[in-house]
Design a protein around this ligand. Structure first.
Ligand SMILES: Nc1ncnc2c1ncn2[C@@H]1O[C@H](COP(=O)(O)OP(=O)(O)OP(=O)(O)O)[C@@H](O)[C@H]1O
Length: 312
């Protein structure tokens, strides 16, 4: 089966000279929930705009649903639901009318089922109660939902969502994640960009990590985290003493709060049981002690050698 998205050496240099995407070769398997992860400015939106045929690459190729972009834009886009850079809304229209209008601009949409499909899409994103409200009165999160509803007006083979939870409160984020999982379980491939590592870990089967326009790594999420060693966490009210003992045993601390310490995993020759015993012997009251599974964030830091910060 052809991948849902495949790029080869895809490159974009903007007119001002900014190299936004640098020789990106990406493979998004059909049926995946693919997280496109990177700090602000790492080239995610630029990539998505090339994939959707909105801008032309400087070099390299992109295939979406097996067809070359931007050449096949007209045949490919009807199968793709996209939410990019916040939806274009008519503020003077209410949510429902925005969707009706959007759908009627789509030559492949059946006008006979329009009202029903709009109602279903509104329901799916939780906007039924706010459907009669003018969209200029919508919060950022409601606008984001309306954009998602627009992407869901028709069955799609691929959904491309640029930062879909941007501007949503935690409850709204959870709802969108649940929705993404539901859509994926229907067989739709979902490609979503995010700068939130835990979001990608929670919903994605696969991920690619970008930094400064370059691909750092890609693959199944479980594999990405598995290549990185986990973190040692000690929960204790006596963090100062615990820090001293850990350092004496060659452990590098990464985080200290009033209630716990986090550290690089101890060197392999150190037995965790001995380390725990050393803490207790030194009078540290240990409430919790263990090595956590590596997160995608750990993997990112290990891969790039830097924190997950905004590019300059
Ligand atoms: N139209 C443009 N003209 C010139 N430079 C641009 C343009 N759009 C983006 N850039 C630059 O290209 C780089 C990549 O930007 P891009 O928006 O693709 O990143 P991003 O990963 O999507 O970030 P964010 O999460 O902030 O949207 C940035 O340095 C940005 O300043």
């Amino acid at each position: 089966m052809a991948p849902a998205i495949e790029t080869r050496e895809l490159t974009k240099r903007y007119r001002g000279g900014q190299l936004a995407v640098d020789r990106l070769s990406l493979t998004v398997p059909e049926g995946a929930v693919f997280g496109f992860l990177g700090p602000n400015g790492s080239g995610k939106t630029t990539t998505i705009r090339m994939l959707m045929g909105l801008i032309t690459p400087t070099a390299g190729t992109a295939q979406v649903l097996g067809r070359p972009m931007p050449r096949a834009t007209r045949t490919v886009l009807p199968h793709v639901g996209a939410l990019i850079e916040g939806p274009a809304l008519y503020g003077f229209l209410n949510g429902r009318d925005n969707l009706l209008r959007y759908d009627s601009a789509d030559p492949t949409a059946d006008p006979r089922t329009r009202k029903m499909r709009v109602a279903q899409a509104l329901d799916r994103v939780g906007l039924t109660a706010a459907a009669a409200k003018k969209s200029k009165a919508y919060s950022l999160g409601m606008k984001q939902r309306l954009g998602l509803a627009a992407a869901l007006l028709q069955p799609r083979r691929l959904l491309v969502l640029d930062e879909p939870t941007n501007g949503l409160d935690p409850q709204g984020m959870r709802e969108i994640r649940t929705l993404v999982r539901e859509l994926a379980s229907d067989g739709t491939t979902v490609f979503l960009s995010s700068h939130l590592l835990d979001e990608i870990e929670q919903v994605c089967t696969h991920a690619a990590v970008m930094a400064q326009g370059r691909l750092i790594t890609q693959g199944p999420v479980a594999d990405l985290a598995a290549t990185t060693r986990g973190r040692l966490t000690v929960t204790t009210p006596d963090t100062a003493d615990a820090a001293r003992v850990l350092k004496e045993h060659g452990v590098t601390l990464t985080e200290t709060t009033d209630t716990h310490l986090k550290a690089e995993p101890p060197p392999p020759e150190t037995d965790l049981a001995d380390l725990n015993k050393a803490l207790v012997t030194a009078g540290v009251r240990v409430r919790g002690f263990g090595v956590e599974r590596a997160s995608l964030e750990d993997a990112f830091v290990a891969l790039t050698g830097e924190g997950f910060d905004v590019a300059g």
